[in-house]
Design a binder for this molecule. Structure first.
Ligand code: NAD
Ligand code: DAU
Length: 376
């Protein structure tokens, strides 16, 4: 088997892939919707996207109305579907002659995984298993296809003051979310190794940007500032995260689709570490500037609250490999990314209000009903 895998590697190396019919799972969520928009803006991409999403609380088709309007039922198809539904997923592979999968769909919020891990086990582990099985059954021994699995740096555990996560760092997941993602990464690598399924994996740090569900730290803080509500900082606020603008993550995934080597894992990160409290203070200052207030006006809203159980202290990614091997660079970066993001939430009142009021759920019910739905 090792020889066979070696064959896939060597045939694949240095070759530019042109995937045409791509399933994007979780495309109605934060990163998935940004990725689909990124692809349609990209002149290099000439293919078709099938967005497969169950529309959980985090999935919002409003994130892609502009794409639906221009490309809907031509180059963009939406399938309301649970990735755990084996028969339906397999059918989709055939129906759209799928040659690529970009797998974003997941339960993604660490706090929710602590209070209710069940959905995380189902979607993140069993859902990934199900997609892999469908790909293996339909693609058989094809090697002109690719299954790209989008994962997180949280699988590596927590760092002390120094050091970085490398692709070779041993897994040490510490929340149910991280454990479920680690499990799915292992399944993907096992399918590549055992069955020769052409797979790649990426492990990325904290993303921020437009369309992020406001349970996550950055949009939560922005929306709370706008409403002059308290800004809940967990524990002593000194936990460190590495922040990457979502479009810079999308461009990395796109490069992996085009020229990532089968069987490889790529770390993606912002090389941009912030203590939570320092980041929240920075956002307060930026909001004050935007709203014409005194520099410290919003800082009075900062409230230290009970810590997240098992709260990982520090994440930091070394992403030399994707820079060296695929030539990836951040195009937007932090200074522009954070300003853009703050203005986006301030200016996109309709989107913000539909989330806050829950009206986007009513819209989904009206347009998509409670049942699974297919585009054609
Ligand atoms: P998100 O929660 O915003 O979106 C997840 C999407 O998946 C939603 O549209 C949801 O409806 C869909 N989904 C959930 N369960 C499903 C199921 N059973 N079947 C079909 N669709 C389902 O998540 P996100 O922040 O966009 O993250 C996307 C992926 O990137 C996840 O795999 C996450 O682990 C990974 N990731 C996220 C970050 C980050 O900072 N947000 C960083 C690194 C990696
Ligand atoms: O590192 C990648 C991960 O980043 C992704 O895999 C996850 O899907 C994504 O949700 C994110 O996980 P975090 O737990 O790091 O993100 P979150 O926005 O929930 O929290 C960021 C930091 O801010 C974390 O240290 C906890 C803290 N925090 C969070 C919230 C929601 C607060 O202090 N207050 C808050 O209200």
């Amino acid at each position: 088997m090792a020889g066979f895998i070696g064959g896939v590697f060597s045939r694949d190396k240095g070759r530019m892939r042109t995937l045409q019919n791509i399933i994007v799972t979780g495309g109605a969520g934060f990163i998935g919707s940004n990725f689909i928009r990124f692809l349609f803006r990209n002149k290099d991409f000439k293919g078709m996207i099938v967005n497969v999403d169950k529309l959980t609380y985090a999935g919002n088709p409003l994130n892609l109305v502009d794409i639906e309007e221009v490309y809907g039922n031509k180059r963009y198809f939406f399938e309301k579907m649970d990735i755990c539904n084996h028969a339906k997923i397999k059918e989709l592979f055939k129906k759209y002659s799928v040659d690529g999968v970009v797998h974003f769909a997941a339960e993604s919020h660490v706090d929710r995984s602590i209070f209710g891990p069940g959905d995380f086990i189902n979607t993140n582990i069993l859902g990934t298993f199900n997609l892999l099985e469908a790909a293996r059954e339909v693609w058989k021994d094809r090697n002109d296809v690719l299954f790209h699995h989008v994962s997180t740096d949280e699988v590596f555990g927590s760092l002390g003051k120094d050091g970085f996560f490398y692709e070779t760092t041993a897994y040490d997941p510490r929340s149910p979310y991280a454990a479920s993602k680690a499990s799915s990464d292992h399944l993907v690598n096992a399918y590549r190794h055992t069955y020769g399924l052409p797979c790649t994996v990426s492990n990325c740090s904290n993303n921020y940007g437009p369309y992020q569900f406001p349970e996550k730290m950055m949009p939560l803080m922005i929306l709370n500032m706008m409403d002059e509500k308290r800004l809940p900082v967990y524990g002593d606020g000194k936990n460190i995260r590495d922040w990457l603008f979502v479009e810079d993550h999308c461009s990395a995934v796109w490069l992996i689709l085009k020229k990532g080597s089968v069987g490889e894992t790529y770390n993606i990160g912002g090389e941009n570490e912030w203590q939570n409290i320092e980041l929240v203070e920075l956002m307060c200052e930026k909001m004050a500037q935007i709203k014409g207030k005194d520099k410290d006006y919003f800082k009075k809203l900062i409230t230290f609250v009970k810590d997240r159980p098992g709260h990982d202290r520090r994440y930091a990614i070394n992403c030399d490999k994707i820079k060296r091997d695929l030539g990836w660079r951040q195009e937007v970066g932090f200074d522009r990314g954070i300003d853009f993001t703050m203005h986006w939430y301030i200016n996109n009142k309709e989107w913000v209000e539909s989330i806050k009021s829950g009206d986007y759920r009513k819209w989904i019910e009206l347009n998509y009903g409670g049942r699974e739905r297919t585009s054609r």
